[in-house]
Ligand binder design. Sequence first.
Ligand SMILES: NC(=O)c1ccc[n+]([C@@H]2O[C@H](COP(=O)([O-])OP(=O)(O)OC[C@H]3O[C@@H](n4cnc5c(N)ncnc54)[C@H](O)[C@@H]3O)[C@@H](O)[C@H]2O)c1
Length: 271
Amino acid sequence: MASLNGKVAVITGAGSGIGRATALLMASRGACVTAADLDSNRAIAVAADVRAAGGRAIHHTVDVAREDEIRDLIAATVAAFGGVDILHNNAGEVRPEPYGRDATISVDAMDEAHWDHFMNVNLKGAMLGCKWAIPEMLKRGGGVIINTSSNASLAGQEATAAYGVSKGGLNTLTQYVATAYGPRGIRCNAVVPGLVLSPAAASVSAEALAPLVENILTPYIGVPEDVAYLVAFLASDEARYITGQLIVIDGGISAHVQWYTDMRRQRLAGG
Ligand SMILES: NC(=O)c1ccc[n+]([C@@H]2O[C@H](COP(=O)([O-])OP(=O)(O)OC[C@H]3O[C@@H](n4cnc5c(N)ncnc54)[C@H](O)[C@@H]3O)[C@@H](O)[C@H]2O)c1
């Protein structure tokens, strides 16, 4: 088990799903955690859950798309715990409505505000997190940044361009930060989940999820804790030689040829 004893971790989007699981896991491995979320009640609840389990945590309300709020998030963490060692840029725009329209909007129908919103939360938010956390990490001789990307960034789809492209930019940001700050002790990686049964994903209809589920190779669908284990490992010293990487965690969705699923379906149908 990778220890995070004595480390200070800031986790955005910590109020739910992957961020919540990461906050609880990192705290159980010894990290002091700032649980940051747009939804204050969720952030408060997760910090309370960490403390109830014997860990150390504060909550912080933040809109990651706002630079003043990110600056305050990092400052509050330094005030509470003395510095920052780990940043998990996990907050993402995944709400079903009104931005769930992304699932049906193709580029020729793209609404400018819609596009800007995804870029602001999913891409600019992570850049701002890096901007304000990196100086604090450098003061401590290094640190670790983990960005939550998505397999929607790895290839095209008919719609969801705003989401997929924002995560593609996040992949590139990961490589730029790793390159610029690696020599000064900061590692930066992205976890690239496929379908993970967080509350956000669970709110999508079974019909809409079916094509994804059919392509998963494992006999089960991933849950937020599966991603949290990967994030906690990347945050630990056991991962000290891993930087600038996009690490896919998708139950094998991206590991097989396109026609595999059709062949399996036919086989199961006795065809
Ligand atoms: N669940 C999946 O299948 C899946 C797949 C690929 C990638 N992801 C990515 O994982 C990350 C977490 O998603 P999840 O599935 O756990 O979703 P979730 O809805 O369970 O949690 C997301 C959290 O982010 C918070 N948030 C949203 N906008 C914010 C903002 N502007 N500032 C601060 N907090 C904000 C929400 O309040 C929420 O608590 C996202 O970046 C998402 O794109 C999820």
